[in-house]
Design a protein around this ligand. Structure first.
Ligand code: NAP
Length: 197
């Protein structure tokens, strides 16, 4: 039987416990065999450039996931020249692992835009989609949105997503604590590399 492969797409700027809980929950709810985290390279449709370089976001993701034998991290997007498109990533994964069934996991806000991504029909044909929402997220907004019309999109509510990368970056800039919001190794990396100041 083919393996059920979770694909965690995100900027991870920085990775935090909300992302890790999301991946673990997807693993359990959708009976996945493994989850590969794919930090974005140069994201498409971003109003603001990412705060930390791809290499730092990749290394923080490796540190955060190291203790989980079912989690791994891919350099696919950080090494890609030019803009990051999910269709290219899913095509590459499908070619690399032809027996795997792909489950793309990301935030609901990002997934609402899926029909505006590059080659949306092909994107939707290559994987199942799991949209993670924060507490208090108005699911009606998502359900009214286009992606919900597709049966391959599921929504998963994750209380730990009360943590956000934006808040963490603000905290670092303001000299406020981030302990217990990110793994200890990620906190140390942010301090050592002088990120988000
Ligand atoms: P984003 O706008 O930075 O994030 C949107 C929201 O989703 C934020 O609240 C974010 O929280 C949350 N989020 C992001 N990734 C998550 C994850 N894996 N699990 C749970 N919550 C998550 O979105 P993005 O990171 O740039 O893009 C998300 C994914 O969609 C990426 O893989 C990206 O390549 C893909 N995408 C593709 C296209 C395209 O192909 N054209 C266009 C847009 C996005 P935090 O800030 O706390 O992470």
């Amino acid at each position: 039987m083919g393996r059920r492969l979770g694909v965690m797409g995100g900027t991870f700027d920085p990775i935090h416990f909300g992302h890790l809980v999301t991946a673990e929950e997807a693993l359990a709810q959708f009976e996945l065999d493994e989850v590969v985290f794919i930090p974005t390279g140069q994201p498409w449709m971003k109003e603001h450039p990412v705060a930390a370089p791809g290499e730092d976001r990749y290394l923080m993701t490796v540190i955060a996931t190291a203790s989980n034998p079912r989690f791994s991290v891919s350099r696919l997007e950080v090494e890609r020249e030019g803009s990051t498109y999910t269709v290219d990533t899913l095509r590459a994964l499908a070619a690399e692992r032809p027996d795997a069934e792909l489950f793309f996991v990301t935030g609901a806000d990002a997934m609402l835009e899926i029909l505006h991504w590059k080659d949306p029909e092909e994107v939707l044909s290559l994987a199942h989609f799991i949209a993670a929402t924060r507490p208090g997220y108005d699911i009606a907004v998502f359900e009214a949105g286009a992606p919900a019309q597709n049966a391959r999109v599921s929504v998963m509510s994750i209380p730990a997503l009360a943590i956000s990368s934006t808040d963490i970056r603000r905290r670092v800039k303001g000299g406020r604590p981030i302990r217990y919001l990110v793994p200890e190794g990620v906190k140390s990396y942010i301090e050592k590399a002088g990120l988000y100041r």
